[in-house]
Design a protein around this ligand. Structure first.
Ligand code: NDP
Ligand SMILES: O=C(O)C1=N[C@H](C(=O)O)C[C@H](O)C1
Length: 269
C-alpha cells in the first residue's frame, strides 16, 4: 500500500517515515510540506535520520492525493477540511491525527466519509483508546457525585490546548454520563472562578520539556479518588497506530471512522 504523509518534516512525519520504512505492508509514496518550507526537495529518509529513501518532500497536495492509496495527516487544523475534500475527490483513504480541529473540520471529515474511508483519531495509540473505553465505563458507574478532572502534559512545542486526547477522554466521560461535553466543559480556570459547578468536566494543560504526552483522568469523590493515567514514552506508538489504520482502511467501505473502530473497541449502541 502506498502511503503519503502531510506534515512530513514534523515530529510525527519523521516517526512515520521510520515506521513505514520498517513495514512489510506499507510503502512511502511521498510527503507534503508548505511550498515555502526549507524541507521541500529533501529526502524523507535523510530528514528522519535513517539515510536516503529516494522519496522527497514536496508541496503539491493534488499529486499526493492522486497518487497515494492512503494519506496520513499529522500537521495543522488548517489542512483538515481541504484534505478531506481532496481525499473524497480522489477516493484516497484519509487518516487524520491532527489535534485542535473544530466542529467544521469534523463535519468536513464526515462529508468526505460519504465518498472515501476517513479515520480520525485524536490519539492513535492502543493504550489511550483502551483508557477512553474505561473512562466511559467508570463515568457511567460513578455518577455525578464524583468530580471529573482531566490533566495533561506535553512538550514545550505543542501549539494547542487542551490536547486532542484530553478532549477524547472528556467526550468519553460525558458519554458515560449521557451529557454533551460542550455543555459541561470547564477549560483553563483562572482568577475568581467561583465554586466548582456540579457535573462539569475540568481540563488543565501543562507544557514543558520534551514530554511526549501524559494524561490523567481523575474521578474525585468524598474521601476517595480514582485516577486513570496514560503515559506515552515514544511517538512510535502513534505512528504504528496510524499505519495500522491505513491497512485497516484498505478493507473498509467509505465511511467516517475513529480509532475505536480500527482497534475493535467500538461501544455497542
Ligand atoms: N493523533 C495522535 O496520535 C497524535 C496527534 N498529534 C498531532 O499531530 C499534529 C502534528 O504534531 P507534530 O508532528 O508534533 O507537529 P510538528 O509541528 O512537528 O509537525 C507538523 C508539520 O506540519 C507542517 N505543516 C504546517 N502547516 C502545513 C501546511 N499548510 N501544509 C503542509 N505542511 C504543514 C509543519 O510545518 P511548519 O513547521 O513549517 O509549520 C510541520 O512540519 C498536532 O496537531 C499534534 O497534536 C501528534 C502526535 C500524536
Ligand atoms: O502534540 C502532541 O505531541 C500530541 N498530540 C496529541 C494530542 O493532542 O492529544 C496526541 C499526543 O498526546 C501527542
Amino acid at each position: 500500500m502506498q502511503v503519503a504523509l502531510l506534515g512530513a518534516a514534523g515530529r510525527m512525519g519523521q516517526a512515520l517515515t521510520r515506521i513505514i520504512r520498517d513495514s512489510d505492508e506499507a510503502e512511502l509514496f511521498g510527503g507534503l510540506e508548505r511550498s515555502d518550507s526549507p524541507h521541500i526537495g529533501q529526502d524523507m529518509g535523510e530528514l528522519a535520520g535513517i539515510g536516503p529513501l529516494g522519496v522527497r518532500v514536496e508541496a503539491d497536495a493534488e499529486a499526493i492525493f492522486a497518487g497515494a492509496d492512503a494519506v496520513i495527516d499529522f500537521s495543522t487544523p488548517a489542512l483538515t477540511a481541504p484534505s478531506a475534500e481532496r481525499a473524497a475527490r480522489h477516493g484516497t483513504a484519509y487518516i487524520v491525527g491532527t489535534s485542535g480541529i473544530g466542529p467544521d473540520d469534523i463535519a468536513a471529515l464526515q462529508a468526505a466519509g460519504e465518498r472515501t474511508v476517513v479515520v480520525q483519531g485524536y490519539n492513535m495509540s492502543l493504550g489511550v483508546n483502551l483508557v477512553a473505553a474505561l473512562v466511559r465505563q467508570v463515568a457511567a458507574a460513578l455518577g455525578p457525585d464524583f468530580d471529573i478532572e482531566i490533566v495533561e502534559m506535553h512538550h514545550r512545542m505543542k501549539v494547542d490546548a487542551p490536547s486532542g486526547t484530553a478532549v477524547l477522554f472528556g467526550e468519553a466521560a460525558a458519554e458515560g454520563r449521557r451529557v454533551a461535553l460542550p455543555e459541561v466543559r470547564d477549560s483553563g480556570r483562572d482568577g475568581i472562578t467561583g465554586k466548582r459547578v456540579p457535573g462539569h468536566i475540568g481540563f488543565a494543560a501543562l507544557r514543558g520539556g520534551n514530554v511526549v504526552g501524559e494524561h490523567t483522568v481523575l474521578f474525585a469523590g468524598e474521601d476517595e479518588r480514582i485516577e486513570l493515567t496514560h503515559r506515552a514514552g515514544n511517538r512510535d506508538i502513534f505512528a504504528r497506530g496510524a499505519v495500522r489504520a491505513c491497512l485497516w482502511a484498505s478493507n473498509q467501505s467509505p465511511g467516517f471512522y475513529t480509532m475505536a473502530d480500527v482497534l475493535g473497541l467500538r461501544r455497542p449502541d
